[in-house]
Ligand binder design. Structure first.
Ligand code: 4NP
Length: 172
């Protein structure tokens, strides 16, 4: 039996700090759990400023220190991407609003969720607006602790997201 994979795209503003970090952490968790063929992970930015660039050197250094691979090349999320992904996971409320505005229809809009929605117990996630959840703070203009904080959030929320996917999709 072949089953099409579940496709996830993490989305931030520039696609060089937060969303490629979430992608690297989630892919490691998925692969460690033996579900690499069932769950595909990608990332993109709502803005195209850094299209074609590697991730920010600070994001790469902090993530690699924890053992995560960071090989993503930045690209902008497009309206057509809604058809290519099952979950579009925003890093902050601003990203969420931009994605909701870009979504071509209600089905696409329903795919947009917040990473930190997975930082809280499942029953309070559903039907809540993005503002009900904390942001993954943008580390771009800050210091090293901001990049560590992003990794801490990604590790916790991605583990919870993976548990949600396993339960929701009945993954073995
Ligand atoms: P990211 O961080 O959205 O986590 O990738 C940023 C990267 C670049 C810029 C802003 C945020 N920028 O203004 O260029």
């Amino acid at each position: 039996m072949t089953t099409s994979p579940i496709r996830i795209c993490f989305v931030c503003l520039g696609n060089i700090c937060r969303s490629p970090t979430a992608e690297g952490v989630m892919r490691a968790l998925v692969e460690r759990s033996g579900r690499g063929a069932r769950i595909h992970v990608d990332s993109a930015g709502t803005a195209g400023y850094h299209e074609g660039d590697p991730s920010d050197g600070r994001s790469i250094a902090h993530a690699e220190r924890r053992g995560y691979a960071m090989r993503h090349v930045a690209r902008q999320f497009t309206r057509a991407d809604f058809a290519r992904f099952d979950y579009v996971v925003a890093m902050d409320a601003s990203n969420w609003k931009n994605l909701a505005r870009l979504a071509p229809d209600a089905e696409a809009r329903a795919k947009v969720t917040m990473l930190r929605a997975y930082d809280v117990p499942a029953p309070v996630r559903h039907g809540r607006p993005a503002d009900a959840f904390d942001d993954v703070p943008d580390p771009y203009y800050g210091g090293a602790d901001g990049f560590e904080h992003v990794l801490d959030i990604c590790e916790k929320s991605c583990a919870s997201l993976l548990a949600h996917l396993v339960a929701e999709h009945g993954l073995a």
